[in-house]
Write a protein that binds this ligand. Sequence first.
Ligand SMILES: [Zn+2]
Length: 321
Amino acid sequence: MSCNHEEYMRRCYELAVSAGKKGHDTFGAVLVSDGKILEEAENTADFAAGIFGHAEFNLVHKCANKYSDRIMEKSTLYTSCAPCERCLGAIASLGVHHVVCGVSYKEFCRLLPFDYQPLDREGLLEQLGIRMTLEESVLEEEGMHVFEWWGGEYRPLEELIAEMDEVKKRSSGNLQLQKAGTSDALTLNCISKQSFDTDMEVGAPAAGGPPGYMSLKFHMKMARSGHLYKLVNNDGLIVGGAILFPDGDTLNIGRIFVSPEHFHKGYGTYMMHEIEAMYPEVNAFTLDTPVWNTRTNAFYAKLGYTEVRRSSDLVWYTKER
Ligand SMILES: [Zn+2]
């Protein structure tokens, strides 16, 4: 039985990828009766035009007025991903009782900007007098890769998931990168000093930091000229900062720093992504870091920065969009 499940699910995935390659969302569905595929459909939704066009909905339309209730109630609807509530309603109206999904609701939420909320759909439908069994996670891993074709442009699954993780983190209101005023300069000066002092642990030959890293006067000047940014957590506390120099379509990231008590929480990565998002017009991000700093050199390389030049003291990096 499960072997057949896989065969029909693979067909759903083919239909989903086909929809994606046409620029649609990557979903596909088939209706199977007596071991035979009766109908197939793929997603044709057009979000901008307000056209619904989900694969399961399209499949229901193909079956409507064509097959008897008797055939439908013995059929199984296979779909590449757990159906939305509107499609569940459509499937129920067709009189199909058995639905098999590739990607589960829970797994699909990894690609959505909100977290998974468990919901007893079968129980809710039952309360409405609708009998339906929902089977999930058939060839699920394969099914997740179908989303790499979403909207026609191939993008690796890991990249899609990482992007959503970032969106979720941002929308949770955990952290915000904001322009700092002169009243923030004292706090940022302290955090800067504490942060750069820890460089001794990652190869700094002596205590120190970039020019002005422990100068209140410098941070005041940066705030006044609009170059100073603060990283604020959801308690309103400043936990880090950045100094940025935009210049046309290039942005020089002068420095970023995080309070040592908040190291290893991904705050640096968050700030770097946020900086890129804050400057959509910028084509190239540039920065430099000391040769000896094993922490920052590895960090920037991981974020996609490429070394363009190095002297005996510094390494220069660029990231192009
Ligand atoms: Zn739907």
